[in-house]
Design a protein around this ligand. Structure first.
Ligand code: 6CS
Ligand code: FE
Length: 266
């Protein structure tokens, strides 16, 4: 089967800034990924971060950098072929994470744009980069689905609406991953953008793929439901857009140092 996106799907992505492909990975694949996610959530590692309660896991980072199901997944043609199409050429994974959004206690991700972090913190020059998310659990209206503002990736001015959350105690990379984010899109900009584009919940069953532009304004509410909303996200960057590395490069689990082009797994 050819896993290339159709012209209509590419137009849809370019217009809205995101695209949902339902039920791409089957139950066996998803089960293996979920099992590995739980193993990583339970393992002490620098890229494992917790919610403000200090005990609920919020996310793990760098899962593609060790041999295993996630290193295989980033080369899977169902992800890599569309990612190459969208970016336009050879890609590598700049960052991987598995956000847990745990039942009842998974906290908010305020409105933000991902490119702001990679541009300002990692020295990534251009938004020649795409996020590909894999739902490990179903995302419903009730367990904190990703929220997108359609079309907001095309409003360059949103990029200048970021404001450091002055009260972030820890100005290190932890404030780039916490519920109190260092760079957010302010209320006035969110109000203006949603007046134009509305808000869409990216719901879907386990194994669904979400492609989203690095500049789309997005976020997610806390999870009030008794069901996790685990989601793996891979940031495929053009090999021609690899960061030169800022003065203080972030850890490798946030900004990959291996920029070699990914080959589709046979
Ligand atoms: O700092 C980063 O790289 C991460 N932070 C957020 C809020 N989204 C982009 C990325 O995953
Ligand atoms: Fe984000």
């Amino acid at each position: 089967m050819d896993h290339r996106l159709s012209e209509d799907q590419l137009l849809d992505f370019a217009d809205n800034g995101f695209l949902v492909l339902p039920d791409v990975l089957g139950p066996a694949d998803v089960e293996a990924l979920a099992e590995e996610a739980e193993a990583l959530y339970g393992t002490e590692a620098p890229g494992r971060v917790f919610e403000a309660d200090g005990s609920t896991v919020r996310a793990v980072h760098g899962c593609h950098q060790a041999p295993g199901p996630y290193a295989d997944l980033v080369r899977d043609r169902r992800l890599l072929v569309p990612a190459r199409q969208i970016v336009g050429g050879d890609v590598y994974v700049h960052q991987s994470k598995i956000n847990a959004k745990r039942a009842i206690s998974g906290d908010v991700w305020p409105w933000h744009q991902d490119f702001t972090f990679w541009n300002r913190e990692d020295g990534m020059a251009e938004p020649r980069v795409v996020n590909v998310a894999v739902l490990l659990d179903g995302a419903t209206e009730h367990n904190g689905p990703l929220l997108f503002i359609p079309g907001s990736h095309r409003t360059a001015d949103a990029l200048h609406a970021v404001n450091g959350a002055e009260d972030t105690a820890d100005k290190s990379w932890r404030s780039h991953l916490a519920a109190k984010l260092e760079y957010t899109v302010d209320r006035e900009t969110v109000t203006r953008l949603t007046a134009a584009g509305g808000i869409v919940s990216a719901t879907g069953g386990p194994g669904s793929l979400l492609f989203f532009d690095s500049r789309i304004v997005h976020g997610s509410s806390s999870n009030m439901s008794p069901h996790d909303r685990r989601m793996a996200i891979f940031t495929y960057n053009s090999v021609d857009n690899a960061p030169s590395g800022g003065a203080l490069p972030r850890p490798e689990f946030l900004a990959a140092r291996d920029h070699s082009p990914l080959q589709v797994a046979l």
